[in-house]
Design a protein around this ligand. Structure first.
Ligand code: LLP
Length: 406
């Protein structure tokens, strides 16, 4: 099976005709394949992968990921609510929090959801409210890696408690009789190199010995996917990562004296490639020597190219063979609203359907109503069962007005 969702010209056109444009289309079998690959990362017997739902929190996709044996992380009370609605038990959710309020801590705790605290002050705040309670902490191991500066989190960033503050951390925990039952880290997103991830695991394990009440260790996500698939970026070598981690973990557990649960926390690797975002060409224009192909995929629908200069492979669903170099742009009132620059693609005409590959992670989840545009629909196909269903309806103008009609 392909690593990425493939659509035929007829299929892409039919889907747009039936569900409207733009449209996120997911392939269930490919999603499950990626789940299974990550599930097999470690041979350590207390390994449970933790899906990072910020990548995509559609309830139907969460149900599938849950059924593949994953637990889940949350970044906000909203994600917790969606995950509970998808059928996760509170104990299967880890709230990897950042700068949360007392109320948010209380809400998660009341629901039975574990929180990982992101600073000494947040640990103190938790202690004030839940003296004698249990919490996890996020450690920043001082090693970072990732696709660009905005998504590297280890080292200089706002995340986690630096290793050199662990003495103080343990002091606060003891002041409030807190049991630190988990440690997590996440060094960044979209990395391809094995070295930094494994080094950060080694570093975290060295510190983990100082925590005597642990039940789990969570090494974070970040595994990259080959967005430029025709010029393959290498995937991170999960096999190598797994082997090296297994060795470190077995050694650690022997010294620690107990077998802890071990997690990793990928989002993109699970959902990125099973999805294509389909859209429609609305206009074309020649301006100052460049050709612009206007589409209905503004950056309210897919923000990654504008925010990170990310590359997404573009597919055209027409029968043209002659290629030309174009900029594919959206319909948002900003010059930066460019989906793809200088791409050589078969000539596009008004009404043609285009596809953006690898849109499943941080696609819909980062979409917005900017320019009062409506967010698109999402469809899930399962080729084995020959089914196709709407898993999120397109927004309506009523939805847009609903929060202001008081
Ligand atoms: N765990 C934590 C604590 C995280 O902060 C993240 C991502 C993950 C896990 C999952 O990382 P992944 O395996 O998906 O790389 N919007 C950006 C990515 C931001 C990632 C934020 N944190 C993008 O579109 O590339």
């Amino acid at each position: 099976m392909s690593d990425k969702i493939e659509l035929s010209i007829d299929e892409a056109n039919r889907l747009i005709e039936k569900y409207g444009s733009p449209l996120y289309v997911y392939d269930e079998e490919i999603l499950r394949e990626h789940c299974r690959e990550v599930r097999g990362l470690l041979s350590y017997d207390r390994f449970v992968p933790n899906y990072s739902a910020k990548a995509n929190s559609n309830i139907e996709l969460l149900k599938i990921i849950h059924s593949e044996g994953f637990t889940v992380d949350a970044m906000s009370p909203g994600e917790i609510r969606i995950e509970l609605a998808a059928g996760f038990d509170p104990q299967e959710i880890l709230f990897v929090s950042n700068n949360i309020t007392y109320d948010e801590m209380d809400m998660a705790t009341k629901l039975g959801v574990r929180i990982s605290l992101d600073s000494l002050m947040q640990l103190k705040m938790f202690g004030e409210r839940h003296r004698g309670g249990e919490a996890a902490v996020r450690i920043n191991p001082g090693i970072g890696d990732g696709g660009n500066d905005k998504i590297i989190t280890g080292g200089h960033s706002k995340f986690g408690i630096p290793i050199e503050q662990i003495d103080k951390l343990l002091e606060i925990a003891s002041d409030y009789d807190l049991r630190i039952i988990g440690i997590n880290q996440h060094i960044g997103s979209l990395f391809f190199d094995t070295e930094h991830y494994v080094d950060s695991c080694r570093k975290l394990l060295k510190e983990a010995h100082r925590f005597r009440d642990l039940r789990f260790l969570d090494f974070g996500g970040g595994f990259g996917i080959p967005y430029r698939y025709r010029h393959p970026e290498e995937r991170p070598d999960l096999h190598e990562i797994g082997e090296r981690m297994d060795e470190l973990i077995e050694g650690f557990m022997e010294d620690y004296g107990r077998k802890l649960m071990v997690k990793v926390e990928p989002g993109r690797y699970i959902v990125g490639e099973c999805c294509q975002l389909l859209g429609t060409v609305t206009s074309t224009k020649q301006s100052y020597g460049e050709k612009y192909v206007g589409t209905d995929i503004g950056f309210n629908v897919l923000m990654r190219p504008v925010l990170y200069d990310s590359y997404h492979y573009m597919v055209t669903y027409n029968h043209e063979e002659k290629e030309e170099t174009v900029n594919i742009v959206g319909n948002i009132c900003e010059s930066g609203d460019i989906l793809a620059r200088n791409r050589s693609l078969p000539k596009l005409h008004i009404g043609d359907v285009i596809g953006v590959r690898d849109a499943g992670a941080y696609g819909y989840s980062m979409s917005s109503n900017y320019n009062a545009r409506l967010r698109p629909a999402e469809v899930l196909i399962n080729r084995k069962e020959g089914t196709e269903r709407l898993i999120r309806r397109r927004e309506t103008y009523e939805d847009l007005l609903s929060t202001m009609r008081l």
